[in-house]
Design a protein around this ligand. Structure first.
Ligand code: F0G
Length: 464
């Protein structure tokens, strides 16, 4: 029996029409886009699952707060509202607003990393990896072994391998480790959650060696939901208290607020102890002024700060989180019935279909995750992305294609946007592709690529 869809804890007040296209039109459009889904016009997409970032439908409380945004260049009231909310929810004394998550990375990484230094993460998101490299450092992914096995259904597959973290510190030399990054949830591994115990253990290692622990917090509320559901110690805790406890196991936060604050734009860079970290905060402010704008608006409008200061509270609501995670479970349940493999159990913000399992005959050098992404567009006008070798790119030292641990196609689910019927369109499309998967013999080659973050812009061609 399939998983029951959890009914929406909201009703819809405004709608955005979307266009249905014919299969012939889609073949033409994807060819014109050089088989890169980022190059499609969004009107040519029926269901847009490219990302859950900044694509959500905000609440009436967020929209109405935007009208009272203070657009002062310096010292704005909306900034102070966000500072207060950030201290209340995260327990961090300094909150630097920035325009989105990667802006926080751009400011922080050069302050902690340089040539010869390493960042060790449970898994770096693509922009995080890029900013580690741009700062001169090198990124090491260190996830628990079960996180690399889509078919192994265990809890907290996003965890850092803490024993291996100790070994890596010993191997590279403690003086060469610039930072430890705990990504919650672990996006690149399928939105898999991290346990509180893992956060505790990791922080103890950071404290012992005097290494800064950064929490990449894009999806902290979804992570807290999994902790409450699956970690016995927290079953009676409020999500807000779990969130506070999670952030006690870090020194700094980089966060794309476009995910779990459900805003269309915004990010933060937060520092826990303002007195002990005064020098770091001064450097952050200086860098923010250079790159983002004065430190009390950080590249955002006052109205954006207002929407963030509401979203920080609103999306810790348990009924909302049960509905949100329920959507992933509904789609995963339909895939289970059809025997389609994905990173299981399903994570927080999307379903990561195991394209390697669907196309075992297509090698990583021909990008199975991208093959499935293109097929989903051709089949039903659904836009997704590769989270695999195509995204991970080339080794910065050898320029060789890196073989990713996974070849996923990610169906990332925007917040409060699609209905159960849309989820059935997704499942039906995947089932139809599975039936003809053996007829798709080859993948893609890249005709042009930029040196970093290539998946956004590359031009591809099917190998005949
Ligand atoms: N860290 C994580 C874990 C992310 O998922 C993202 C963005 C970022 C940092 C960068 O934040 O986009 O606001 O600059 N993830 C989006 C995604 C883009 O589609 O997964 P940003």
């Amino acid at each position: 029996m399939s998983v029951k869809y959890v009914a929406e804890p909201f009703r819809i007040k405004m709608v955005e029409p979307i266009k249905m296209t014919t299969p012939e039109e889609r073949l033409e459009k994807i060819k014109e886009a050089d088989y890169n889904l980022f190059s499609l016009a969004s009107e040519d997409v029926y269901i847009d699952l490219l990302t859950d970032s900044g694509t959500g439908a905000m609440s009436q409380e967020q929209w109405s707060a935007m009208f009272i945004g203070d657009e002062a260049y310096a010292g704005g009231r909306s900034y102070r509202k966000l500072l207060k909310a950030g201290e209340d929810v995260f327990g961090y004394e300094y909150i630097q607003p920035v325009h989105q998550g990667r802006a926080a990375e751009k400011i922080l990484m050069p302050l902690l990393l340089e040539e010869g230094k390493f960042a060790i993460s449970n898994m770096h998101f693509d922009t995080t990896r890029a900013h580690v490299i741009l700062a001169g450092g090198r990124a090491i992914d260190n996830i628990v072994p079960e996180g690399k096995k889509p078919e192994v259904r265990s809890k907290f597959k996003g965890n850092m391998d803490v024993a291996k973290l100790e070994a890596l510190i010993a191997e590279k030399g403690v003086e060469n480790i610039g930072m430890i990054i705990q990504t919650v949830t672990n996006n690149s591994a399928g939105g898999q959650p991290v346990s509180m115990q893992n956060m505790r253990d990791l922080y103890a290692v950071g404290q012992k060696h005097g290494i800064v622990v950064c929490i990449d917090a894009a999806r902290h509320a979804e992570n807290a939901f999994f902790i409450k559901r699956d970690e016995a110690e927290f079953k009676d805790w409020a999500i807000k208290d779990i969130v506070k406890e999670m952030f006690s196991y870090g020194d700094v936060i980089t966060m794309s607020c476009k995910k779990d604050f459900n805003v269309n734009m915004g990010g933060i860079l937060a520092v826990k102890d303002a007195v002990a970290n005064d020098a770091l905060i001064q450097s952050i402010k200086a860098s923010c002024i250079n790159y983002e704008g004065f430190y009390t608006y950080g590249g955002l409008s006052g109205r954006d700060l207002e929407a963030m200061a509401v979203g920080i509270y609103q999306y810790m609501d348990e009924d909302y989180l049960a509905y949100r995670i329920g959507q992933m479970e509904y789609l995963a349940g339909r895939l289970d019935e059809a025997g389609i493999a994905y990173q299981a159990p399903v994570g927080g913000h999307g379903v990561y279909v195991d394209a390697k399992a669907l196309f075992p005959h297509i090698p990583y050098t021909e990008f199975p995750g991208q093959v499935l992404a293109v097929e989903l567009y051709k089949e039903a006008g659904i836009r997704t992305c590769d989270i695999g070798s195509y995204m991970i790119g080339n080794d910065p030292d050898t320029n060789e294609q890196i073989e990713s641990e996974f070849e996923f196609t990610r169906l990332a689910i925007p917040r409060q946007v699609y209905t159960q019927a849309h989820f059935d369109v997704m499942a039906d499309a995947l089932i139809a592709i599975k039936e003809r998967a053996h007829t798709i013999k080859r993948g893609y080659k890249i005709n042009w690529e930029p040196p970093i973050l290539r998946h956004f812009q590359s031009k591809l061609e099917p190998i005949e």
